[in-house]
Design a protein around this ligand. Structure first.
Ligand SMILES: Cc1ncc(COP(=O)(O)O)c(C=O)c1O
Length: 462
């Protein structure tokens, strides 16, 4: 006799335990909450004013046994969630790269969850598979990239670069990854995840990767990929892509361009100077969730060698094998199940139009430029570097004083900025990227910084 596992006793049915929901009623309340949040977002301190560990004491230790209503969840947004929100939607959020989740994108996210597509193969979601191709070709056209690129959407630039590095290793059979000391940390992390070998290169005085150390590395013969950054995170500086492309060709290395932030600027023809050489790259990442009004997450990975991605990533388990004559999104990257991210990109592109997007980008560049001129005109401050909508600057004085200024303005809640290190010195960064940022917002930020500087040197009123 074989052993039979006894079937555990299942409690009798309880038809009342699974609640029913009124999506119309709850949905209207949720959209009302969203609209009123966006109307009053300016009233909040930009940076969350809570301390680590604030949340757990406000919530029960265990989930409820009996179902609660969505209304109760909504009520807790104000009590529990908002205090812990750093307001990325605030027009005076000037940190990192400032972003906007625009209204068409917000609503498209609701519809994405409603449709709940899991687009690993064409049949699992014909529309998600095909709309991703269409929106990527619209995006390539918007950015003036030309039609030879194949595009697909990943969640983040971290994943897009990981995907590109897998392709680079597959194409070259090598394992070195060369990138600048100013490349985003995700490049080093991706290299580590893949067990590849990171080679961090020094930058010049304009924060661009230096060419001769790159060539020395390439001469060793084991470099799979060079990652060039167009729009570094610290300074928005631009690596010398045309020269790097020449070196990559000579030494058989894959060129990946990280334009996660700055690539969006190419929507404006007059801002395409930094695109030089990108047409020679093997892959390119641009994040519509950074400077293109799309809610997080949405990262566009373009490649001129989609065949390599397909070879590197395609595995077809029997249960998804079909005779559909179509390409499958899961063949181009690490994820099997994939969200319907193109819906929000499509909604944003349609609802802003090319002209709306261009004006949005230009406005950010103009406002940052105006801020840079104010800094330049004040002898107590130093303009360190500016490009596009990012300004790096510092108070003439010590690193400690600059960090104190940052702390004071962030604690005030009026603005939120960050610092970085450039050429061995602490500098402050102001990034404009919110759709609703006005000249008054930037002026208010400048005034807050000047007041904080006075307070930091003990001359101001505390
Ligand atoms: C140039 C650059 N690359 C990559 C990243 C990482 O982006 P993600 O959060 O989409 O992974 C950032 C983040 O700011 C960035 O500035």
């Amino acid at each position: 006799m074989t052993d039979v596992t006894p079937i555990p006793a299942v409690p009798p049915p309880d038809p009342g335990a699974i609640p029913e929901f009124d999506l119309r009623r709850d949905g209207q309340a949720a959209v009302d909450w969203a609209a009123s949040y966006l109307e009053r977002v300016r009233e909040y301190p930009v940076l969350a004013q809570v301390r680590p560990g604030y949340l757990a004491p406000m919530l029960p230790a265990r989930m409820p046994d009996k179902a609660e209503t969505f209304e109760q969840v909504l009520a807790d947004l104000d009590r529990v969630v908002l205090p812990g929100i750093t307001h990325w939607q605030h027009p005076r959020f000037f940190s990192y790269f400032a972003v906007t989740s625009s209204e068409p994108g917000i609503l498209a996210e609701l519809l994405t969850a409603t449709l709940n597509q899991v687009a690993f193969i064409w049949r699992a979601s014909p529309v998600s598979t095909e709309l991703e191709a269409v929106t990527m070709s619209w995006l390539a056209d918007l950015l003036g990239l030309g039609s030879e690129w194949h595009g697909h959407i990943e969640d983040t630039a971290s994943t897009s670069t990981l995907t590109a590095l897998v392709a680079a290793r597959h194409a070259t059979g090598k394992s070195g990854v060369v990138f600048s000391e100013h490349a985003h940390s995700s490049v080093e992390k991706d290299t580590r995840i893949l067990g590849m070998s990171a080679r961090k290169m020094p930058a010049d005085r304009q924060f661009r990767m230096q060419l001769s150390p790159v060539e020395d590395e390439l001469r060793r013969g084991d470099v799979a990929a060079v990652v060039a950054t167009v729009g570094t995170t610290s300074a928005a500086s631009i690596d010398p892509v045309p020269a790097l492309a020449g070196l990559c060709r000579e030494y058989d290395a894959w060129l990946h361009v990280d334009a996660a932030y700055a690539g969006s600027a190419w929507a404006c023809p007059e801002l395409r100077g930094s695109q030089a050489g990108v047409e020679l790259a093997d892959s390119l990442v641009i994040n519509p969730h950074k400077w293109l009004l799309v809610p997080s997450d949405c990262s566009a990975l373009f490649t001129r060698r989609p065949d390599v991605l397909r070879e590197a990533f395609t595995i077809v388990p029997e249960y998804v094998r079909t005779t559909d004559a179509a390409s499958n999104l899961s063949d181009y990257g690490p994820a099997f199940g994939r969200r319907f991210r193109s819906l929000k990109l499509w909604a944003v592109m349609r609802c802003f139009g090319r002209e709306g997007i261009q004006e949005f980008i230009r406005r950010g560049v103009r406002l940052a430029g105006e801020f840079a001129r104010w800094v330049e005109a004040d002898e107590d401050w130093e303009l360190v570097y500016e490009n596009l909508s990012l300004v790096c600057f510092r108070r003439r004085g010590s690193d400690e004083q600059n960090l104190t200024i940052e702390r004071i303005v962030n604690e005030s809640g009026v603005i939120f900025i960050t610092h970085t290190e450039l050429a061995g010195r602490m500098v402050l960064r102001l990034a404009v990227g919110n759709l609703h940022t006005t000249r008054d917002d930037v002026a208010c930020g400048w005034e807050a910084l000047r007041q904080a500087a006075l307070a930091s040197s003990g001359q101001g009123e505390n």
